[in-house]
Ligand binder design. Structure first.
Ligand code: NAP
Length: 263
């Protein structure tokens, strides 16, 4: 039995990385997919990959930080498939590190693409979900939204997603709509391409911080989204699930430093 039978799933930022992996997995699990991305060719490419894999999908061009684009994106989904049952708010970017590193425009860009987009996209699909008394929304936050690991504006926006998740879950649960969040650690996707140019071994450098001994793959996040959007999670709403190889459990380095080699 597939996990998402007869569901129409709209995935933002689906032209790359986690979004593309989620689109492919959701389609394999029975969903009809609307793959949206700022770059239309990438959205179309994801839709083509889904179709080649035996699934049903369309690609849609949309900048999720622009209200008119979001309205057109949801209209395209509803026009093609009649409704949206599942929304994955995945599109994202990160600009700057400490608050002295970036200007006001960069702050706004982080907040608009990461956080305002969740408001815009959720607001656009919720009326239909509430009418049908069925819907699932999964927001892709980050471990940066849970504890301080840099990228201040991005982190603030990702923390905001966690709060918005809990509020939406509380507001709309009684009407059959569940809203959950995943908080990935380091995932091997193109979002790391600039960092990889500076340090081709960055994933090996980072993996020592992960109790499970590796960085994540896009499919690790897609699997968590699939569970949270499926009926297997029918009594789960408002949670933020770290998908982080144990990173946010902490680490023993302070203890090791205190106790020396005996630790
Ligand atoms: P990715 O491969 O760069 O994919 C993100 C996609 O979103 C790209 O196609 C990107 O297009 C698109 N996008 C950016 N701004 C957009 C906008 N305004 N409207 C529509 N689409 C837009 O990165 P990813 O790693 O899969 O990231 C997916 C999500 O996971 C993001 O929210 C990210 O913050 C989160 N995340 C990633 C990691 C990680 O280590 N990879 C860790 C924690 C959380 P462009 O390439 O043109 O920008």
């Amino acid at each position: 039995m597939p996990a998402l039978p007869d569901r129409v799933a709209l995935i933002t930022g689906a032209g790359s990385g986690i979004g593309r992996a989620t689109a492919l997995l959701f389609a394999q699990e029975g969903a009809t997919v609307v793959a949206a991305d700022k770059i239309g060719e990438r959205a179309e490419e994801t839709a083509r990959l889904v179709t080649e894999d035996g699934g049903r999908a369309i690609g849609v061009t949309a900048d999720v930080s622009v209200a008119a684009d979001v309205t057109a994106m949801v209209e395209a989904a509803v026009g093609s498939f009649g409704r949206v049952d599942v929304l994955v708010n995945n599109a994202g970017l990160s600009v700057g590190d400490t608050i002295l590193d970036f200007d006001e425009a960069a702050w706004d860009l982080n907040l608009d693409v990461v956080l305002k987009s969740v408001y815009l996209c959720s607001r656009a699909v919720l009326p239909g979900m509430l009418e049908r008394k069925r819907g699932a929304i999964c927001n892709i936050s980050s471990v940066n939204g849970i504890f301080a690991v840099g990228e201040s504006a991005y982190a603030a926006a990702k923390a905001g997603m966690i709060s918005l998740t809990a509020n939406m879950a509380n507001h709309f649960g009684k009407d059959g709509v569940r809203v959950n969040c995943v908080a990935p650690g380091t995932i091997r996707t193109p979002i790391w391409s600039e960092r990889l140019k500076k340090d081709p071994n960055v994933f090996d450098t980072l993996k020592v911080w992960y109790p499970l001994g590796r960085v994540g793959e896009p499919e690790d996040v897609a699997n968590a989204c699939l569970f949270l959007c499926s009926d297997a999670a029918a009594w789960i709403t408002g949670v933020t699930l770290p998908v982080d190889g144990g990173l946010t459990t902490g680490n023993f380095r302070m203890n090791t430093a205190l106790q020396g080699d005996d630790a």
